[in-house]
Design a protein around this ligand. Structure first.
Ligand SMILES: [Zn+2]
Ligand SMILES: [Zn+2]
Length: 161
């Protein structure tokens, strides 16, 4: 279920990317720390939906959905933080595992276009290697996150490249 169709969280706000990007804090080492609310278990939280129906959802799962236009759902498939930082939402740090035995399934979903419509080819394609499968990420969308961060914190010029 894609972002445009509303995703597994239900109808998306009109500006899901903007709402996501403005709450990301980039730190050296690569984690994207969630500056919005947190669940009591430490995971980032964002309210999702339109008009008066808002649902709290996990920020790192939203990140995965935005970058992959697909989200592992259900009991067995979960997202694991490779960096062990619970409120990190960097899609490079998220890995799909199964609850049982942490075995990978055929989880890689390689799309020709990202959820924003950028072509996933050539220099725009960033391949992230996980144990047992590869993730495809959109470089343009990654740079958008860094650029937005830099524009909010010009004194902490990081790297939008
Ligand atoms: Zn991280
Ligand atoms: Zn993109």
């Amino acid at each position: 279920m894609s972002v445009r169709q509303g995703g597994p969280f239900g109808p998306a706000p009109r500006d899901p990317w903007d709402r996501f990007i403005e709450k990301v804090d980039v730190v050296p080492g690569g984690c994207w720390l969630w500056t919005g609310g947190r669940f009591s278990n430490g995971y980032g939280r964002i309210s999702w939906g339109r008009t008066n129906k808002h649902l709290p959802v996990l920020a790192h799962r939203l990140s995965y959905l935005l970058f992959h236009d697909w989200l592992p759902e259900g009991y067995e498939l979960v997202l694991d933080h490779l960096c062990r930082v619970k409120h990190c939402v960097n899609p490079e740090h998220l890995e799909v595992v199964t609850q049982a035995e942490n075995l990978h399934r055929g989880v890689a979903v390689h799309k020709d276009f990202c959820s924003k419509g950028h072509a996933m080819t050539g220099d725009n394609l960033k391949v992230v290697h996980h144990r047992g499968y590869d993730d495809w990420l959109c470089q343009t969308c990654r740079r958008d996150v860094y650029r937005a961060y830099e524009s909010r914190h010009p004194e902490r010029k990081y790297r939008a490249r």
